[in-house]
Design a protein around this ligand. Structure first.
Ligand code: 13P
Length: 341
């Protein structure tokens, strides 16, 4: 298969009606932060047991087309000895890999961040591919304040995302391009809308400059929502309207799918917001789906708490959330479908 055919086949497998992506790619510090409140120590064995629980949940492949893994997970095995990427594949779920190395402060742009990891990326990708990864993910982060993100910050972050995406395509891995406008702060939905539009336009200009094939990538943006400390909250219809407005202005129709991150929304909010976008009357040119970490995993961690006797309940919690988001992908979710309590 040529690189081009390989990319097309992966996009076809990832973009399926009624399916989305699970992000299970927390770095070591992040997974420790997620484990701590439910009393789980972040040891290699606990991380393996947890990711094994996720990837072997019976029936999960009905709702998921892909899973984003962390480097360590690529080399770990399920309880029955199957390599974890293979366990995902057996459920029809394409394994992918987070390849960025986290953020650092951007010089001469106080308050802005930039993501590291481009050096040696092509070589790392070859290694991940040999372990079964067929797509990759890279996240740039944009804190919002009166001054941030700066013009310099947006230009640099866009350039880095485009370089990453071009290197992935060259190596035959589909890039998921993730520009995340953070929820932290008391900014309004209008400010989030203005920032997200500027960020996405800078990102797509850079992708085009770097000759990234838009048909062979996925976009993973944040939704347009008010800052989490903003007094005026926004319901799903408003979030859908604002988000779709910004996406229509910024994302070429050649992009096959937009898979949102959840960014600190509750599981029910993230599902309701995705549903409202798919239920909106004007047809969107791209698929609108999910690539959630916290909004899929929080109920799983709450159910598991590191205890083997809770594995079944934890897997059921995952399948329930995945099923509700798969319904939202088709605009068929209703709040009454949530479990009572
Ligand atoms: P959240 O859905 O928790 O925002 O995570 C998505 C992700 O992959 C962050 O990089």
């Amino acid at each position: 298969m040529s690189t081009d055919e390989e990319l097309k086949a992966t996009v076809r497998d990832l973009v399926q009606e009624g399916k989305g992506i699970l992000a299970a790619d927390e770095s070591q510090p992040t997974i420790a932060k997620r484990f701590q409140p439910v009393g789980i120590e972040s040891t290699e064995e606990n991380r393996r047991a947890y990711r094994s629980l996720l990837l072997t949940a019976p029936g999960l492949g009905q709702y998921l087309s892909g899973v984003i893994l962390f480097e360590e997970t690529l080399g770990q095995k399920a309880d029955d000895g199957t390599a974890l990427p293979l366990a995902a594949q057996r459920q029809g779920i394409v394994p992918g890999i987070k390849v960025d190395k986290g953020t650092t402060a951007l010089a001469n742009a106080p308050g802005d961040l930039v993501t590291q990891g481009l050096d040696g990326l092509a070589e790392r990708l070859r290694g991940y591919k040999a372990l079964g990864a067929r797509f990759a993910k890279w996240r740039e982060v944009y804190p919002v304040s009166a001054r941030n993100p700066t013009t310099l910050g947006m230009a640099v972050n866009a350039e880095v995302l485009a370089r990453y995406a071009a290197i992935c395509q060259e190596q035959g891995l589909v890039p998921i391009v993730e520009p995340e406008v953070l929820l932290d702060g008391d900014h309004s939905i209008e400010r989030c809308s203005e920032v997200t539009e500027a960020v996405l336009q800078a990102v797509f200009h850079a992708l085009q400059r770097h000759k990234v094939v838009l048909e062979s990538m996925l976009l993973k943006p944040s939704m347009v929502v008010p800052g989490k400390d903003c007094a005026r909250k926004a319901g799903p219809e408003e979030v859908a309207r604002e988000t779709l407005k910004v996406l229509r202005r910024s994302v070429p129709a050649a992009v096959p799918s937009i898979n949102f991150l959840s960014g600190g929304q509750t599981p029910a909010q993230a599902t309701a917001n995705l549903n409202a976008m798919n239920a909106a009357s004007m047809r969107a040119p791209w698929g609108l789906s999910f690539s959630y970490a916290r909004a899929l995993q929080q109920p799983v961690l709450d159910a598991w708490r590191g205890r083997p006797e809770n594995v079944k309940a934890a897997q059921e919690a995952l399948c329930l959330r995945a099923r509700l988001n798969a319904a939202a992908r088709k605009g068929q979710y209703r709040p009454e479908m949530e479990p009572a309590g």
